[in-house]
Design a protein. Structure first.
Length: 187
């Protein structure tokens, strides 16, 4: 076996290990991050989002890794929305320029989704970043990317539609989204 030259090669190696099949493996801020599989409420929201983007010429790709010239990140958003035409040669990870929107459903680590990934997705030029937070029942749509994140944020509550700008130009229904139940004390 040859030595691993960079963190992206290490990610490819880890993705092939059967022992890690149930884990989400990402490169965040230069560090390999392993996360347990998501909860049912989390997955239901991702599934619902994917169904809502399954219209016209849009394609919803759950858990698709994305990459940009910034080699310290290779996240796997809960959902990447793109078109078939934007995915030309089956790249893995998918270049950020092919994504029209990425969505993250917050699990435990709000800092990664709300700060680190927000800055990286915007700085990588992804037009829209949707954060769904089942802890507080809110959705944030970030738009107008620039080098340090996004210039615009629109916040809505679960149950209210999220107006998506062009190129989507439709309202995203959030009535099926559920809050996480209160955590039980650990004994």
């Amino acid at each position: 076996m040859s030595p691993i030259a960079n963190p992206h090669e290490l990610l490819r190696f880890l993705e092939e290990l059967p022992e890690l099949n149930e884990l989400r493996v990402e490169l965040i801020d230069g560090k390999i991050v392993l996360q347990a599989s998501a909860t049912p409420f989390h997955q239901l929201i991702v599934s619902d989002l994917a169904c809502r983007f399954d219209r016209d010429h849009w394609e919803a790709l759950p858990g698709q890794a994305v990459v940009s010239p910034d080699s310290s990140f290779e996240p796997k958003p809960d959902l990447v929305v793109t078109t078939r035409d934007a995915v030309t040669d089956n790249p893995h990870p998918l270049p950020c320029g092919s994504a029209a929107l990425v969505a993250e459903v917050i699990a435990d680590d709000r800092e990664v989704d709300r700060i680190k990934k927000l800055a990286w997705y915007g700085g990588s030029g992804i037009p829209l970043y949707l954060i769904v937070d089942p802890h507080d029942g809110s959705c944030q749509l970030h738009s107008q990317p620039y080098s340090a994140g996004y210039r615009t944020r629109t916040t809505t509550e679960f149950g209210r539609p999220i107006e998506l700008p062009k190129p989507f130009d439709f309202a995203l229904d959030t009535t099926k989204f559920k809050l996480y139940p209160p955590r039980r004390p650990v004994r």
